[in-house]
Design a protein around this ligand. Sequence first.
Ligand SMILES: *Cc1c(COP(=O)(O)O)cnc(C)c1O
Length: 234
Amino acid sequence: MIADRLADVRRRVARAALDAGRDPGHVRLLLATKTQPVHLVREALDADARARAEDPALTPVLVGENRVQELVAKGPELAGLATVHLIGPLQSNKVNAALRWASCIESVASLDLAERLSARATATLDVYVQVNVSGEETKHGVEPDAAVALAGEVAALPSLRVAGLMTVGARSDDAAVVRSGYALLRSLRDEVVAAGTQTATELSMGMSGDLELAVAEGATLVRVGSAVFGARPT
Ligand SMILES: *Cc1c(COP(=O)(O)O)cnc(C)c1O
């Protein structure tokens, strides 16, 4: 089941990339594994390994956890099996725990958090600056107007490397609304690079319901949960 759904997601990503005139190899897949037990995450990683054995052009899937508590619980069992990102908000008192198990923090939305990460990181740490492109109040992320300045400040910290920008798309049934948010993240990324942060090439955007729109706007990393694991318990 998971293997079939993963293959289906791979096909969706590839089709969207080709439709946009992009190389499907330039869009990586991150499994958003919140609430999923480790045995199902392993099942997905095994399915991915089998798919890559048949198609060496595929890049390995990554794993993303939302909550530090869950990251810490699953981290020991996932270590060595996949590259793990934190994709949910990080409180400053949990920085050490996050750094123990995640190699990348995608949810940096303040200079304060970035400074704490830089102070605690023992090697260069990849981060994404999370931007709230939709303006929805419930969403984590820096305002679009402040994103370019924040990315420059974060990139100037000694132990951090800004890999790119991340967003959670608008919660809307209107594809044009969702897509314009992704287009905004792309133009902000271009500004960040033009302002001198040349490492910031990545765009982490798109989920199960809207990954095609994100890939059309240049996503380099799509974060997919329910399309691979099924609906989460609510
Ligand atoms: C849960 C989650 C996803 C994946 O959502 P699905 O709709 O299940 O694909 C992606 N990004 C973040 C930050 C998430 O919390």
